[in-house]
Write a protein of this length. Sequence first.
Length: 310
Amino acid sequence: VQDVLDKAACYGDLGDTVEADEQLKNYICQASDARVLEIPNYYMRGFEDAASRYGLGKRGIWVLAAVARLESDYGRGMTPQQLKDTGPMGLSREEWKKYGVDGDGDGYVERDEPWDGIATFARLLWSQPTLEEGLFEHNHATWYVEAAVQDAGRIAGDCQAVKTDWNIAYPVPTNSTEINWDNLQVLNPAAQEDIQNGLIDQRVINLLAILTQKYSLLISALRSDHSQMTASGNVSNHYYGRAMDIAAVNGVPCTDQSADSPCTEVIKILATLPDGIKPTELIYGWDVDGPGPAFALADHTDHIHAGFGP
């Protein structure tokens, strides 16, 4: 997505919307003749999807397949309880918390769902400079990295790259004077005063201006109506007026985080805005953009958190 946006250099000079056309490369693969019958088709499609989504290339597909074989024999070597605990990719609780992804797009991150586990492992690999370093991040043992890489070589077969056309459209950037107040409801009067008294970061105000041109928003937290600390013990960007929580879009509560809900549509727009306008902190109930700025937290299944660093 960022590649598309980087090419839209004339972003601020276009009309009501900016549209960027690009082709997303997906892979359709078949494992080597010696291994093709070992891999369930559902897993194979998951490896292709996750590697394409995170830009891991063809080699990433086979590394994911090798890990699934080493960890669980594609789910066949684990008990139902083990699958619920780690998923077929053998991910730890900490890894699920840090990298957890809704791989199958059903709105939930479920450890025993193969596509969720595969996408989560792909995101872990993507977070490191190389596939080998990603494997070592998962298991700090040289033998494990070597075994996965060697097995990936044995599994590797032929791949065909398929380019999918897609289009992104998003509202034009505006300044703070262009908020459509008819489309903005702020639950707490103290937060309303924060806006009026200039205590909210200009970048957040700009997001409100962007979104209220098209969407009706219900804001549940800004600055004065949010705690100083986050659940993880850090000082919240809310405390500095650098973040907002959106509780509903177009009258639909953000407890509806299905793939086609208004709240999901809005966070996808936020995730595809250009750098400088795009929030650096986007939290939702599931990861809507793969390697973009958004990530999932269990306590954000009822709102969109959009914020900025210093």
